[in-house]
Design a protein around this ligand. Structure first.
Ligand SMILES: [Zn+2]
Length: 207
């Protein structure tokens, strides 16, 4: 188990987050979040697309918290949108890392496609950062994505699950895999005292 103060997020993922956040919030929005999070060094200056440590996980969590404070009631939707944009960035810019370049998903049943993409997300996270402890659960007919090292809520305390950004990314991954929207529910969250953050793929949302 990695100590919360030691845990890091690699540059490539910080970059992905900042590009996605700027797409959704605009430059002024993200710059103001960077200032309140004491991460001014990234204003107009994205980290390189490599696997060196970018920020501490607690700093990453602080950016998420700052976005919540910035948008108040609208923050959940905003964070989900940033999560969706992050996954789209990963597919666009890092398909090989995601193991999704040219994947012949079409031949698989929908459930297998969802499992495939989520397992590849876990694989990519582990490949980029040896500290990551994450896995996919496929049990009693339901699929869940679980992480014990969730950087979105690292060091935070909350009475409710807080990892909306993750909900967005997982939702987008599932949509990419299946062509359908599914309800993603965070059933467990480290910020509220659970041992891990757990995101369950719920019902398909009719479009
Ligand atoms: Zn979390």
């Amino acid at each position: 188990m990695v100590d919360a103060q030691e845990a890091v997020i690699v540059n490539a993922l910080v970059r992905q987050f900042l590009v996605a956040a700027q797409e959704v919030m605009g430059a002024n929005g993200i710059n103001s979040v960077l200032r309140t999070s004491h991460l001014e060094r990234f204003i107009g200056n994205l980290p390189p697309d490599d696997l060196n440590p970018g920020v501490k996980a607690v700093e990453y969590a602080r950016m998420n918290e700052a976005i919540e404070a910035f948008y108040g009631r609208g923050a959940r939707g905003m964070l989900r949108r940033i999560g969706r944009a992050s996954f789209q960035y990963a597919i666009r810019e890092q398909p090989a890392l995601m193991g999704l370049a040219g994947a012949a998903l079409r031949l698989l049943p929908q459930r297998q496609r969802i499992l495939f993409v989520l397992n590849n997300m876990v694989g990519a996270l582990k490949k980029t950062n040896a500290q990551v402890d994450a896995w996919v659960e496929d049990k009693d007919g339901s699929i869940a994505f679980i992480e014990r090292t969730c950087a979105i809520c690292m060091g935070r305390k909350s009475i409710q699950p807080t990892c909306y950004l993750y909900i967005g990314s997982i939702g987008e991954a599932v949509r990419w895999a299946s062509g359908q929207d599914y309800d993603i529910r965070e059933t467990h969250c480290i910020a509220k005292g659970d041992p891990y953050c757990r995101f369950e793929i719920g019902e398909q949302i009719s479009m």
